[in-house]
Design a protein around this ligand. Structure first.
Ligand code: PNS
Length: 160
C-alpha cells in the first residue's frame, strides 16, 4: 500500500523526517510530494528541496521512499499516481483546524481519497519550516530543528 506525504518542505525539518520514518514503517511506499510553489517566496527551489530530502533519506537508510514534485491540486497528483491515501502530521489544534478543511475539500474533489493524520512527536511539536526560515534569515542556530545536512545547506544559502 502506498501513501502520499505532501508538503512544501521549505526546508525539510526534523518534524517532517519523523513523520516520513514512521510512514515508511507503516506502508510499502511513501511518496513524498513537494508542492512546486516557487512563486511563494520560497527559500529553496524545488530541485534543492528534492536534493535535501534525498540526502536525508539516504542518511537514515530508508529505502521505500520516492520523491516527486507537483503543481496545482494535490488531488490531481494523487489521481496521476493512482493513490487514494494522503498523510499529514498534526502538531496541535491549529494544524487540525486547517487540515480538516483541506482533507474534506480533497475528499470532495476526489471521492474516496482518505487523509490520515499522525500526531507529531512532542519533541518536534513546535518546529515549523517557516520558523526555520526566519531563524536562518537572521543567521540563527537552526541545529535543533533540522538535520546537519539541511543546516549545512541553510548556512550556504545565507553565508554563515
Ligand atoms: O507544508 P505545507 O505548506 O503545510 O503543505 C500544504 C500542502 C502542500 C499539503 C497543501 O497546500 C496542498 O495540498 N496544496 C496543493 C493545492 C491544493 O490541492 N489545494 C486544495 C486544498 S484547499
Amino acid at each position: 500500500m502506498k501513501v502520499i506525504y505532501p508538503g512544501s518542505f521549505d526546508p525539510l525539518t526534523e518534524g517532517h523526517m519523523d513523520i516520513i520514518k514512521r510512514l515508511s514503517n507503516m506502508f510499502d511506499e511513501v511518496i513524498v510530494a513537494i508542492l512546486n510553489n516557487e512563486n511563494k517566496n520560497s527559500l529553496f527551489t524545488v530541485e534543492e528541496r528534492e536534493d535535501i530530502i534525498e540526502e536525508a533519506i539516504r542518511e537514515k537508510k530508508l529505502t521505500n521512499i520516492s520523491i516527486h514534485s507537483f503543481d496545482g491540486l494535490l488531488v490531481n497528483f494523487a489521481k496521476d499516481m493512482d493513490v487514494k491515501l494522503v498523510a499529514r502530521g498534526l502538531r496541535g489544534v491549529t494544524d487540525y483546524e486547517y487540515e480538516k478543511n483541506i482533507a474534506r475539500v480533497n475528499s470532495t474533489l476526489y471521492e474516496g481519497l482518505e487523509t490520515i493524520f499522525l500526531l507529531s512527536n512532542p519533541s518536534y511539536s513546535f518546529v515549523s519550516s517557516s520558523g526555520v526560515r526566519e531563524i536562518a534569515a537572521f543567521k540563527g542556530d537552526v541545529s535543533a530543528f533540522v538535520s546537519p545536512s539541511v543546516e549545512k545547506k541553510i548556512k550556504e544559502k545565507f553565508n554563515y
